[in-house]
Every structure is written in C-alpha cells, then in structure tokens.
Design a protein around this ligand. Structure first.
Ligand code: FAD
Length: 387
C-alpha cells in the first residue's frame, strides 16, 4: 500500500504494533516454508532475485525478504504503535486512536492481516486440565509440547503441515480431518502455483467462486511435495473424522473421515482436469499426465468414533481450526453484525475507510504475498481520486 501511495505522491504513515513482518516472525512454526515457489515471492517493485526460482523459502528467508523490501521502498513506518480505535469525527475526518497518540486522517487502510486471531471451538474448555493446548499460530516445534502423543484438530494448510512436522519429530500423531482441498504440488511439469497463474485461476474474482471454495493444501517442506493424508497415515499418523465434542476424557468424532478424504480427492481430480482442459484448449506442449490420486490406499490406521484421551496417550492438542477477524477496535460503520468487514474490493461505505489483504478481498490471490499488490494499486488510485 505504501509503495503505491508513494508512487502517487500521497503523504501517509504506516503504523505497526510489532516489528516489520511480525506475524512471519512470531506466529509461524519453525519449519514452515513459503508455500509457493521462490519465483512467487514478490511484492510491488521487488521480487525474489536468487538462483533457485523453483525452490521453497524457509520462514526466516521470507522475513528477510520483507525486511529487504522495507529497506528498499523505505515506507514512513512507525513500529511499536498499536491502533486501538478508529472512528469518524463530526467534521468528517477519521480519528485513529493508538496506544501512544491520537491521529486524524483523511483515509485509513486497514491491513491488519488475513489471519488475525485463532478460532477455537468452545468445547476446547472441556479438555482435561492436564492436557496442553496450543493454537497453530503459537505452535513452534515438537519440543514445545510435553512428552506423549498429539492430537491436531483441523486439516487445513496449518493442521496438515503441523501433523507432518510432529511426525518427523518422532511424535505419535492423531489428525482430525475435516473438509479440505487436496492438490498436486506439481502437475505436468509445473508447480501448482505456476498453473494457478497460467490458467487464470488465481485471478478469479470473489463473485465467481463457489461458496465452499477453500485454499489448497500445500507444503514447501522437503523441496515441495503433495500434502497427502493417506501418505501421512501410512507413515503412522492416525486419521480421525471431525472432532465434534469433548466429554470428560472422551473425544467424540464424526464418522465423516471417508467422505472428507473422498471430497479432497474429487478436488484433486478437478484441478488436474482443469489443467488438462487448459492444455488442450491452448495446444500447449507439456509433460504427460503422471500423477496418481492413490485413492486405492485406504487409511488403515484411522481412529473412529470416540477416543479416550488418556488411553490414547494424548498429552497435547493443537487447534488448527482456522482464524477469525479481530476488528473490535473499528467503531465506524464498516462491519456487519458478526464483526466482518463489509466492502467491495476493499472500499467500504464510509468514505476514506478501506480494507486490504483479506482472504478473497477481490480475487483468489488477494491475501497472498504475490497477489496483494494489485488490490493495493487499486485502492491507492481510489484514494487519489477522492481529493
Ligand atoms: C501458516 C500460514 C502460512 C502462510 N503461508 C503463506 C505463503 O506461503 N504464501 C503467501 O503468499 N501467504 C501465506 N500466508 C498468508 C500470509 O499471511 C500473507 O502472505 C501475508 O503475510 C499477509 O500480509 P499482511 O501484511 O496482509 O498481514 P500480516 O502478515 O498478518 O500483517 C499484519 C500486521 O498488522 C499488525 N497489526 C495487527 N493489528 C494491529 C493494530 N491494531 N495496530 C497496529 N498493527 C497491527 C500485525 O502485527 C502484523 O504485523 C500464510 C499464512 C499463514 C497463517
């Protein structure tokens, strides 16, 4: 946002409560890598310059990239300042309360992240008090957890990668599997991300997406590979259905494991078909189709029904159950009754108040490092057109 405002000669200030790239520093586990190839590490005006465009960057490298970006574009940033209130004033300007000073602004872009606070089921409070609980954004590595097996709840990008991290760390792992979108890491010679851009899938606007659209399961660990729940099961992860409730020491699971795996497989197939269609339509020369869906391998180690947390030896639970918004500090009328932003392409009904970086703000790519720049450029032009 700062890059594009500066290009248009607009005076602005960036407020950050922590440090530059704070969430990549303190809310990501130690082994995490960028989930797209290095060639997709880019922000407006600066992209990855190394000699491994097909490689996958470790989290620390992503932090260094964002730091270097900030050094190059030199935004007027003030770190260590938390915004605690935003409201409209009687004079029509916007009042920004911080934990240091109060500011007046003509425009405010709220870019406090796509994944703000973890969303945890209310029944988490029923876990036996001796069980260690942690949310995905506070998980660091297997050594953080007490000895014993671990239940990971949630099979999105975080849950699956954390389950694998624990497995590699020698832990017994249970993974509670919900709906998910499995995709091949590479298909017909190219990375999933490459195909997303090539076929225009990442440019799909929010109004064209099905209501149950999900972010794909991807990992860059080990040079980039498929996130395959059946493979995890073959290596010892015990898959369960969705966790529905906790009663005493009993974990109650839905009997939806097979259905959820089948749905993941269907989306895997759908992706391959869409690429095949694209190749055919555009007469592309590519490698032949080689991926196997491997649905014939059934997850033999699955735990079903209910599980006694003590007899299963589970001493920790990791909640990888998604995120929710945390806009309690936004007092002007830009949220719905559930606290969710109401906007069109980031532009709200309150003149001068904008959102940026939310999942599917405008397109599939809106909340990714490599996609956010386009929305920022649009908002900068909108801001410039107001005066
Ligand atoms: C586990 C995980 C893996 C991911 N992997 C990838 C990936 O591989 N590739 C990719 O493109 N994207 C990935 N993402 C998405 C990633 O979040 C975005 O790419 C990118 O970091 C979002 O940048 P952002 O600046 O919009 O939000 P954030 O990085 O969340 O930054 C928001 C900033 O706002 C600050 N802030 C919040 N509230 C306030 C306040 N009230 N006052 C002042 N400052 C405040 C925070 O401290 C934070 O620094 C991943 C997300 C997660 C959770």
């Amino acid at each position: 946002m700062s890059y594009h405002l500066a290009k248009l000669g607009r005076e602005h200030i960036v407020l950050e409560r922590g440090r530059i790239a704070e969430r990549w520093r303190s809310e990501r586990w130690d082994s995490l890598t960028f989930q797209f190839p290095n060639s997709m590490i880019r922000l407006p005006g600066y992209a990855y310059e190394g000699d491994e465009p097909q490689g996958f960057m470790h989290r620390d490298g992503v932090v260094r990239f964002i730091e270097e970006y900030a050094r190059r574009i030199a935004p007027p940033i003030r770190c260590g300042i938390r915004v605690i209130g935003l409201d409209s004033s009687d004079t029509g300007s916007l009042v920004v309360e911080t934990d240091h000073v109060s500011l007046e602004a003509v425009n405010v872009v709220i870019a406090t992240g796509p994944y703000q606070v973890p969303s945890v089921p209310t029944f988490s409070t029923s876990l036996p008090s001796r069980t260690y609980q942690v949310t995905a954004n506070r998980y660091t590595n297997p050594g953080q957890l007490p000895p014993g097996s671990v239940l990971v709840v949630g099979s999105g990008g975080s849950g699956c990668q954390i389950a694998e991290d624990l497995l590699l760390g020698g832990r017994g792992v249970y993974l509670s599997v919900g709906r998910h979108r499995r995709v091949p890491r590479r298909y017909r010679g190219e990375d999933f991300g490459w195909w997303q851009e090539k076929t225009g899938a990442s440019d799909r606007t929010v109004d064209t997406l099905p209501p149950d659209w999900r972010a794909p399961l991807l990992t860059g660990v080990g040079g980039g590979q498929d996130v395959d729940l059946r493979r995890l099961a073959e290596h010892g992860v015990k898959l369960t259905g969705s966790l529905r409730d906790i009663r005493g020491s009993r974990l109650l699971f839905a009997s939806d494991l097979e259905e959820n795996l089948a749905q993941g497989d269907a989306l895997f197939d759908q992706f391959m078909r869409s690429v095949d269609d694209y190749i055919l339509k555009h007469g592309m020369e590519t490698e032949p189709h080689q991926n196997s869906r491997a649905t014939d391998r059934s997850p033999t180690t699955a735990a079903t029904g209910e599980l006694d947390i003590r007899s299963a030896g589970i001493t920790s639970v990791i909640w990888a159950t998604g995120y929710q918004y945390d806009f309690g500090w936004v007092k002007c009328l830009v949220l719905d009754t559930h606290g969710k932003p109401v906007h069109r392409r980031g532009v709200t009904a309150v003149p001068g108040v904008y959102f940026l970086g939310l999942p599917r703000l405008h397109k599939v790519k809106s909340a990714f490092l490599w996609g956010v720049g386009e929305d920022a450029a649009f908002l900068a032009r909108h801001i410039a057109s107001r005066t």
